[in-house]
Write a protein that binds this ligand. Structure first.
Ligand SMILES: [Zn+2]
Length: 100
């Protein structure tokens, strides 16, 4: 695959990598930016990558919200740019994942 690091994609580019980690649809999850406090659907993040990994930035202030890097034997997931992540769940298993 050709390395693409200069162009920005929308947050839907993170669907595949996140599907490897989470068993739910993550592009509709909402993340709260640690920098500006804006809550945005993951699908609206500005995404750069895929090499050497994916970086998702806040659509409001461009702060780094998420980093995903795959190595031959592991996946590194950095969510430190988000103060919280809200993941919609079905009524029988409601849950919200909070970080920090
Ligand atoms: Zn922000």
């Amino acid at each position: 695959m050709e390395a693409r690091t200069a162009a920005a994609y929308d947050g839907n580019a993170l669907a595949g990598p996140l599907a490897d980690v989470f068993a739910v649809e993550m592009t509709t999850a909402t993340g709260r930016c640690h920098g500006c406090g804006t809550s945005s659907e993951l699908a609206t993040f500005r995404v750069y990558g895929p090499d050497p990994g994916f970086v998702g930035r806040c659509p409001e202030c461009e702060s780094v919200l998420i980093r995903i890097v795959r190595t031959p034997d592991a996946m590194w997931l950095d969510l430190s740019g988000m103060s919280a992540v809200r993941i919609s769940m079905s009524a029988d298993s409601s849950a919200t994942a909070h970080l920090t």
